[in-house]
Design a protein around this ligand. Structure first.
Ligand code: HEM
Length: 441
């Protein structure tokens, strides 16, 4: 392995920079989609909702994956105090990643689909993604010196990179007639793979957040502590088995649902721990709150709490029957990908790319606007979801169009808060980019 220098480290940062651009692009597509909720046919001749939705979802999913890769490799180098095994491999992976994303966007713009929900692009484009992930795994394992006495974040990264590969392959099993020809088997595997894939990228991101916290606090003990490993195993257990609430509505084996229901409830342990540590974490937060990265990690902790609360409620079969296919699911997905994933990745963005002191006076108001607007955004989707769930189960259903008129005020609120969200997140992206570019000169 080569000695770590600024240029070698910068290759990993490219993933974060690319991710930040995709984030702004993705949110712009999301905003167009939200306008289409309230103004039917809005900009349809340029981009229909069928195109805007996958453009939005793919851009933000690539933001999360790209940011997670960039943070993991940067922190791995800092941990080893050495460059990774091969910067050339990482560069190849970067260009593969970028060109695949570009081709995906082109295919959506040309209305060429052929994939499944979340990966709606033609399946052939899964091949370069797969190659790029295999390169990542080689680079990751070759950069590890040993597996003995490693801190919890190394195990989280390791689990995340392997499970992402497994679940990615699993999400394409439908290509084989053996799965595709049996609808229940097909959908069960499909929905299961997405649930576990999110668990895999969460492993990469949570691992980096622990490394970042150790860096800020200077306390290296937590990464080796029993509680850190206990939480890691709870997360791993959930990654493997808690996807059952995705398939409650399918007529599949009951034991699968019972096991996953039990596993989902182990997440109560994580919730309980957050509440138990609430007071001491507040005192600690006051100590480091002036550091922007830390501030984003604290905000993400609150969103872990809110998201888990909603997820646990959604895992109760009696409630799941109502929430399935409503905006409550969208609230759950967006709450987690924005409040947890995006906030943590922004924390890493500030930690890795921002040099010098953060100008807090410029960040305080946007930070609160960001959190407030996300909360309103989330709540408006939940209320719209509850109203739709009530309509779905009503024996004397009013027409669909009348139900949609009832939801309109909440969609307007969703669009207004979504605009504030887009502006405030873009502001933080601008702060990071401006600082990075001015330090590069
Ligand atoms: C960091 C920013 C964001 C992330 C990570 C994100 C993530 C996502 C994800 C994962 C979905 C798919 C949800 C599902 O199928 O369950 C989604 C859907 C959507 N998002 Fe976002 N989103 C972001 C910001 C925004 C913003 C700012 C807006 C609007 C102003 C927006 C509007 C939408 C719309 C309209 C949908 C489609 C929902 C549907 O299918 O009915 N998103 N987003």
């Amino acid at each position: 392995m080569e000695v770590l220098n600024k240029n070698k480290k910068a290759v990993a940062s490219r993933f974060i920079l690319l991710g930040l651009i995709l984030l702004v692009l993705g949110m712009t597509f999301g905003l167009i989609g939200s306008f289409q909720y309230i103004i039917p046919g809005f900009a349809k001749h340029i981009l229909s909702f069928e195109q805007v939705r996958p453009l939005h979802v793919s851009s933000v999913v690539f933001w999360i994956i790209s940011g997670a890769i960039g943070a993991m490799f940067t922190y791995l180098q800092e941990y080893n105090n050495k460059a990774i095994f091969s910067t050339l491999l990482l560069k190849i992976q970067f260009y593969l990643f970028l060109s695949t994303f570009t081709l995906i966007c082109i295919s959506y713009l040309m209305s060429v689909f052929g994939g499944r929900e979340y990966w709606e692009f033609p399946p052939i484009l899964g091949i370069p993604m797969l190659i790029s992930w295999v390169l990542l795994i080689i680079n990751f394992f070759k950069s590890l010196r040993t597996l003995q006495h490693q801190p919890v974040y190394i195990w989280m990264w390791l689990t995340g990179v392997i499970f992402f590969l497994i679940t990615f392959l699993e999400s394409y099993l439908w290509l084989s007639p053996f799965f595709r020809n049996y609808i229940i088997k097909d959908i069960t595997i499909q929905w299961k793979s997405y649930g576990s894939m999110v668990g895999s990228w969460n492993m990469l991101i949570y691992g980096s957040s622990l490394f970042c916290l150790e860096k800020i606090s200077g306390n290296k003990k937590y990464g080796h502590s029993k509680i850190a490993f206990l939480l890691y195993f709870t997360g791993l257990f959930n990654l493997m088995f808690n996807w059952g609430h995705h398939i409650y509505t399918l007529p599949t084996h009951h034991y699968v649902k019972h096991i996953s229901y039990f596993v989902s409830m182990t997440e109560l342990f994580i919730i309980g721990r957050i509440i138990y540590l609430w007071k001491s974490s507040l005192t600690e937060a006051q100590k480091y709150f002036h550091i922007l990265s830390y501030r984003f990690i604290v905000a993400a902790d609150i969103w872990v709490f809110l998201t888990l609360l909603l997820a646990i409620l959604m895992s109760i079969p009696g409630i799941n029957v109502y929430t399935h296919g409503t905006h409550i699911t969208v609230a759950h997905t967006m709450g987690a990908t924005i409040g947890i994933n995006t906030f943590l990745l922004l924390a890493f963005g500030f930690d890795i790319l921002y040099k010098g002191k953060h100008h807090q006076q410029y960040a305080r108001l946007p930070f609160w606007i960001l959190n407030g607007s996300l909360f309103i955004f989330w709540i408006s989707l939940i209320i719209a979801g509850i109203l739709k769930a009530r309509w779905q189960m009503d024996t004397h259903q009013i027409p669909f169009s009348s139900m949609m008129i009832q939801l309109r005020p909440f969609f307007i609120l969703f669009t207004i808060s979504g605009t504030a969200l887009l502006i405030s997140i873009s502001y933080f992206v601008y702060l990071i980019m401006r600082n990075y570019l001015s330090n590069k000169k």
